[in-house]
Design a protein around this ligand. Structure first.
Ligand code: ADP
Ligand code: MG
Ligand code: MG
Ligand code: MG
Ligand code: MG
Length: 442
């Protein structure tokens, strides 16, 4: 670590870095930061060793007002320079772990929660990998001041239909400076919608990357005079934005979801992992699709799942095993959206999967039909249940699921539950134009 620190001090000197941001994420997965001005590059050493005290009660979901003093300690592996800040007198950052003033890891820290779950998997020799596919819209205001998609393009379109090429180009450059291995970027199905995929890594690195990714996309778009949004369903009638989570378990560098000797070349462990994800799907929904708006995305006909099932080629199911094998063998969870907190999401997904492996939960036969072609009754006849259709259903399912509560720990569960209930209560008393259109004449 001393070597890493020396390298960091050298980078700070060489690049004229004047600010050091200490970043953490709130319970919604939104980045928060404090910037320490650097008088001297060596100041970094003290900051890394001592951390910085802050008021945790003002960060959503972190701490209560009567027990609010917390310590942010930089994770030295997360150092990077922020490409969308000025080059001269620039800004670097660390992502922090949160400690109590007694110096113990704080049990309300989402990043700490994920680390704990990962340690559990590591004890069994597993590295849990996640490759996310976060989608977003580039939007602008029309002449009436309403937000609309910034272009009319469709899947894989190119310029001039695709008005996002220059924005994605800047985003990709920025991400590469931040150390991302960008695999592909393209226009998505909906007008104004985009996807930038980056290479999978262990879940902690990926969760940090998701936070940084969203921050980078929003900042770059803002610098170019447009707005980027990760809202799951910003517009009725067109696809919403998901964040499919591709997952695998490696042991000694080998993917244990791959087995060349089965008919599908997918291992029994992978099937049990799926069994766990299916069993806990309802409660997982509260974490993976955590906003009122998430459930407007999870409706039939828009490539987002509504039913708890798995398949191979099927993109209408909650879980999919894509065609790639060997190291690329993975389970894609398609309900997650970019409004989730990635630390909590990956912790919960992993706990659910491990529960499936521990208890040998049989996922049953895969579903290969397009589920959107069936009626509710036909789906029920097949023994397939629904994902929650509202945040209300989801947080009640969470309340009933000890495995997923365990993945959050009591402190985070309580904070999360109370915040989600308040979100639902604030929403359900609203009266919308839609309702006046429908009911004014009753
Ligand atoms: P889709 O067909 O759903 O668009 P993509 O090819 O865009 O899928 O998504 C691929 C994602 O899966 C990338 O983030 C990639 O790095 C990730 N991925 C590939 N192999 C693995 C693996 N073994 N474990 C986890 N994620 C993986
Ligand atoms: Mg993709
Ligand atoms: Mg895709
Ligand atoms: Mg996509
Ligand atoms: Mg996908």
């Amino acid at each position: 670590d001393d070597k890493k620190l020396d390298q960091i001090i050298k980078t700070i000197e060489a690049n004229d870095i004047k600010f050091l941001r200490l970043e953490l994420a709130d319970i919604h997965g939104l980045p928060k930061s404090m910037a320490v001005p650097l008088k001297n590059a060596n100041d970094v050493e003290d900051i890394v060793n001592d951390g910085l005290l802050f008021d945790g009660s003002s960060v959503a979901g972190l701490a209560s007002i009567n027990d609010s003093d917390l310590l942010a300690k930089p994770d030295i592996n997360t150092f990077s320079t922020i490409p969308w800040r000025p080059e001269s007198k620039g800004t670097s950052r660390f992502i922090c772990d949160i400690y109590t003033t007694e110096g113990t890891p704080y049990d309300g820290d989402p990043r700490g929660i994920l680390k704990k779950t990962l340690e559990k998997a590591e004890k069994r020799g597993y590295q849990y990998n996640v490759g996310p596919e976060p989608e977003f819209f580039i939007i602008k205001k029309d002449e009436n001041g309403n937000y609309v998609p910034a272009d009319e393009a469709e899947y894989f379109d190119v310029e001039p239909l695709d008005q996002g090429t220059d924005i994605r180009r800047e985003i990709v450059f920025g991400l590469e400076e931040l150390g991302f291995d960008v695999e592909v970027s393209h226009h998505e199905v909906a007008a104004g919608q985009h996807e930038v995929d980056f290479k999978y890594a262990d879940a902690l690195k990926t969760a940090d990357a998701v936070i940084t990714f969203k921050e980078a996309v929003k900042a770059v778009a803002n610098n170019l005079g447009v707005k980027a949004t990760f809202m799951p369903k910003p517009f009725i009638g067109i696809n919403g934005s998901g964040m499919h989570c591709n997952q695998s378990l490696f042991k000694d560098g080998e993917n244990i979801f791959y087995d060349p000797n089965t008919e599908t070349q997918v291992s029994q462990e992978a099937l049990y992992f799926i069994g766990g994800l299916l069993k806990h799907a309802q409660a997982l929904s509260a974490i993976l699709s955590p906003t009122v708006n998430s459930y407007k995305r999870l409706v039939p006909g828009y490539e987002a799942p509504c039913y708890i099932a798995y398949g191979f080629k099927n993109r209408s199911t909650l879980l999919r095993i894509p065609a790639s094998r060997g190291l690329g063998t993975r389970i894609e969870c398609r309900s997650a959206d970019p409004s989730c907190n990635p630390y909590l999401a990956f912790s919960a997904l992993l706990e659910a999967g491990l529960d499936g492996m521990d208890n040998k939960l049989d996922p049953g036969e895969p579903t290969e039909e397009n589920l959107f072609a069936f009626s509710e009754e036909e789906i029920a006849e097949k023994g397939i249940s629904n994902l929650p259709t509202s945040l209300w259903e989801a947080y009640h399912a969470l309340e009933e699921d000890d495995v997923i509560i365990g993945a959050l720990g009591d402190k985070v569960f309580n904070q999360f539950y109370n915040i989600k209930r308040a979100e639902w209560d604030a929403y359900r008393i609203q009266v919308f134009d839609y309702e006046r259109d429908e009911y004014l004449n009753v």
